[in-house]
Write a protein of this length. Structure first.
Length: 92
């Protein structure tokens, strides 16, 4: 089994109120030197079988139609290698 990760983030031009709230809270909690925070989502998908180009294309379609709102969010699909798995085909 392989793991594919889909990271979803608001597009840079979209206001991120959750990220701003975290950024404002950090100095009050003693964490200095952070000038910006963006909050996002991470989906970890366990894939049965090989993660080939066809599997990545299906996951990319899933991310585009279901996991991300592509009007306001960008996403990245990555394959996480495990020590006992064979190398996977590159992510989109």
């Amino acid at each position: 089994m392989a793991r594919v990760v889909v990271d979803v983030m608001l597009k840079p031009e979209i206001l991120d109120p959750q990220g701003q709230a975290v950024q404002r809270a950090l100095p009050r909690l003693g964490f200095q030197g952070i000038s910006d925070v963006r909050q996002g989502k991470r989906f970890e998908l366990e894939v049965d079988g090989p993660v080939d180009e066809a599997a990545l294309a299906r996951i990319h379609e899933m991310a585009e139609t279901f996991l991300a709102n592509t009007v306001i969010e960008d996403f990245v699909v990555k394959v996480e290698e495990s020590e006992d798995s064979e190398p996977a085909v590159g992510a989109k």
